[in-house]
Write a protein that binds this ligand. Structure first.
Ligand code: ZN
Ligand code: ZN
Length: 295
């Protein structure tokens, strides 16, 4: 572990980050990233000479000095030449995707969905200083909040940016389903919790990463909607759950398509009924957020 419980950081980490503070070294990383793009394959290498020619540095001793500062953490030296490590690749993607450019924003946009706290169906999508939010226009509850990098907004209209959250949220959820952190792929711990707004309470499940402390909260109904039997029931009624954004899925919660009944608070156990037209499914959820179909 590079950061201990008192947030003391290893000197190795400080040195690695310090080694990036030089434009010629960043150029070397970008040049190695180009190899990947040119050949459409991972882990392709560049020889010392190829790399030297690709970078705008006059003396080979200076080039070699800068390259050596990167070898180990960001660049790997192999018998065939040099290639980016995982962290080197991450740095290149972060630079190329414009993470360090100015923050992203769009004009507030009304969208349809459902508020879990007051049944309002007009919601407001906002993007301000990289922070994407979906809030209720009546009770002001924040229903969804996440970061929005520049790369997500460039070449997309406001509608397309909002739509992209549909799939970002589900891809995040699919990883959490397997106990995987969407940010660093470390193991996550999931607990059932409650989110309060005004007088009403919504059950949520909180997943936190043991490695990077990434935290995601989702309504408790999401794992129910993603049970294969429920996905099938929706599909048979013409609804592809994966293409329904989370804030529209809320409509199925507020309109009692998905109904929860708490069986026990400690440990948490709930029973769910999913009804579409006259077809119904009964499911159970335990405190590990595992959903099973009732016979
Ligand atoms: Zn509301
Ligand atoms: Zn993580």
């Amino acid at each position: 572990m590079v950061v201990d419980q008192n947030d003391q950081i290893d000197q190795e980490v400080v040195d690695a980050i310090t080694s990036l503070g030089n434009s010629q070294r960043l150029q070397i990383l970008l040049a190695l990233g180009e190899v990947e793009r040119e050949h459409h394959e991972r882990r392709h290498t560049k020889t010392f000479t190829e790399l030297y020619d690709a970078v705008d540095i006059d003396s080979s001793s200076q080039f070699s000095y800068h390259l050596n500062q990167l070898v180990g953490q960001f660049v790997s030296e192999t018998p065939n030449g040099y290639r980016l490590t995982y962290s080197g690749t991450k740095i290149v993607r972060v630079i190329r995707s414009g993470v360090y450019e100015s923050t992203s924003a769009f004009d507030d946009r009304e969208i349809s969905g459902a508020c879990l706290f007051c049944d309002e169906t007009t919601l407001l999508a906002t993007l301000d200083i990289d922070q994407f939010r979906i809030r209720c226009t009546s009770c002001d509850a924040i229903l969804i909040t996440d970061f929005c990098p520049q790369s997500q907004t460039r070449d997309r209209t406001t509608t397309e940016i909002i739509e992209s959250y549909c799939y970002r949220i589900w891809s995040m959820y699919i990883q959490l389903r397997g106990g995987i952190c969407p940010e660093c792929f470390g193991p996550v711990d999931t607990v059932v919790d409650q989110y309060e707004h005004d007088e009403s309470v919504q059950h949520i499940h909180n997943s936190s990463c043991r490695e990077c402390q990434f935290l995601v909260s989702m309504p408790i109904e999401v794992p129910v909607a993603f049970h294969p039997a429920v996905l099938t029931l929706f599909w048979e009624h013409g609804i592809s759950v994966l293409d329904v954004p989370l804030w529209e899925l809320y409509e199925y919660i507020t309109s009692d398509v998905i109904v929860m009944e708490i069986v026990s608070d400690e440990p948490f156990e709930a029973r769910f009924t999913v009804t579409l037209n006259d077809e119904s499914l009964a499911l159970r959820m335990d405190d590990t957020v595992t959903v099973t179909l009732e016979p």
